[in-house]
Design a protein around this ligand. Structure first.
Ligand code: FRU
Length: 464
């Protein structure tokens, strides 16, 4: 079966993990990612490079960074960001050697319109030591941004405080080159919030700030909203950015029009052997637009550009069945909107990538009484070499209010946005050619509206 996504970025061959160095530069978007060009498994990490004029159609560019033998990145050019400082793009990343990290800076010429580099390392500006209390193996993923109010450039680095709790470190600079350690920006309030925080992002929404972190070892991502005074972040609200599962290492950027956009990496849920046999592994999510509502709660939804990939509206059928309303359509590469208005506390949901006999199916279900949304994957594939445990998240919804779902299906990728708040992202690998069916159901009394659009290809030709 062909599990290669069509409108979610994937590597031509080899391995992909975190999105890196996201920047809008001279009229194009540039998106880099963690990449092993030689095998479809993690290791020998380079920075690969994609570019796009419209945020959804991408083209492959030459590799941006490769590990340098003998250098501080000899064992990998780990995650980081790109900032345009005084008209000049600067690339920040974690050099990894023997699993110890330092923060490296590289520059390219202002005339480098295509961002093809070569990126020249600036070793005199390396941040070579973590602050006391942080181990050298827990010090990575510099996220750099400018803030006018607090007057300067800031770098947030993911860390672990005494290898016990996730922590974000803060650095500050006037020129983007010489950095001073300010102190811990924010520390996990308890162990449940993770031992190590990777890939931090800090973005401003007016008076409030949003901090997102990827949590090791839970493999999920969290958000906090609150205040930032130029040296410390104080959280006022928190929640789940993506449930523990497949989406990780999100990277945000501010678009020229002021929108905050963020991409996740979507990990594989097939075995390493299977990935190597297929020759590629990893995908990125579609860009999401982030916002904070008046109460400081995160809102997230696919960026409007994703709508431009919608093709023909799919025919939708409706039938009344014993267990309630059923509305159905079909496809493996779809953008779906489903709205449920519940008149009692019966479960509602959506089966996707389902065979007509139900042997294979992935079920997304909201249980009003259990106050949770679940993605049931036990029957998502007959293939034992894929992970099939359930994903779930707490979710409370006021009785009687319409509940809106946006569900993106792309062969093996599933991104589920519940009510513009919660996101559940995962991978599923149906094996049967007729695992195409989509069915919205309500077990009690509910109005169900289902719409679906076929989605176009957005990546250059890829081996299937
Ligand atoms: C997150 C991560 C980062 C690191 C990179 C290495 O997935 O572990 O912390 O920089 O991947 O590829």
């Amino acid at each position: 079966m062909d599990h290669r996504p069509r409108y979610h970025p994937t590597p031509l061959r080899g391995w992909m993990n975190d999105p890196n160095g996201l920047v809008h530069w001279q009229g194009r978007w540039h998106l880099h990612y963690q990449h092993n060009p030689n095998a479809a498994r993690w290791g020998d990490i380079h920075w690969a490079h994609l570019s796009s004029a419209d945020l959804v159609h991408w083209r492959d560019e030459p590799l941006a960074l490769a590990p340098q033998p003998g250098g501080p990145d000899a064992d990998g050019c780990f995650s980081g960001s790109i900032a345009v400082v005084d008209g000049r793009p600067l690339l920040y990343y974690s050099g990894n050697r023997g699993f110890e990290q330092v923060q490296c800076i590289a520059e390219t010429g202002a005339g480098d319109a295509a961002l093809h580099g070569p990126w020249r390392r600036l070793p005199q500006h390396t941040i070579a030591e973590p602050p006391p209390g942080v181990g050298r193996t827990d010090f990575r993923d510099p996220y750099v941004f400018h803030d006018a109010e607090h007057g300067g450039w800031f770098m947030v680095v993911g860390a672990s405080w005494r290898s016990e709790r996730g922590q974000c470190l803060l650095y500050r600079s006037d020129d983007g080159l010489a950095w001073r350690h300010v102190g811990p920006l924010f520390t996990a309030p308890d162990l449940l919030h993770g031992v190590l925080w990777e890939c931090p992002n800090l973005v401003r929404f007016g008076e409030r700030w949003l901090l997102t972190v990827s949590v090791w070892p839970r493999l999920g991502a969290l958000w906090f909203s609150g205040r930032f005074d130029g040296s410390r972040f104080v959280a006022e609200h928190e929640g789940v950015l993506d449930v523990d599962g497949a989406a990780f290492a999100h990277l945000a950027t501010t678009a020229p029009d002021g929108r905050v956009l963020q991409w996740p990496w979507i990990d594989e849920q097939r075995s390493v052997e299977r990935c190597e046999a297929d020759g590629w592994a990893g995908a990125l999510g579609v860009p999401r637009e982030l916002a904070l509502d008046a109460g400081g709660t995160l809102r997230q939804r696919p960026a409007d550009e994703v709508l431009s990939l919608r093709g023909a509206a799919q025919p939708v059928e409706r039938s009344g069945q014993a267990r309630g309303v059923v509305v159905s359509t079909a496809g493996r590469c779809l953008d779906i909107e489903a709205t449920f208005t519940l008149h009692d506390r019966g479960r509602v949901g959506l089966d996707v990538l389902a065979t007509p006999d139900g042997e294979e199916r992935t079920r997304i279900v909201f249980w009003p009484d259990a106050r949770r949304v679940v993605i049931e994957r036990a029957r998502s594939s007959r293939d034992d070499a894929t992970r099939r445990q359930d994903l779930w998240a707490p979710f409370i919804h006021p009785d009687g209010a319409p509940l809106h779902w946006r569900v993106l299906i792309d062969h093996s990728v599933l991104e589920v946005f519940i009510d513009g708040r919660l996101c559940l992202t995962t991978r599923v690998y149906p094996t049967r050619a007729d695992a195409l069916h989509v069915e919205a159901f309500a077990e009690g009394r509910a109005d169900v509206v289902l719409q679906a659009w076929a989605m176009g290809d957005a990546m250059p030709e890829r081996p299937r």
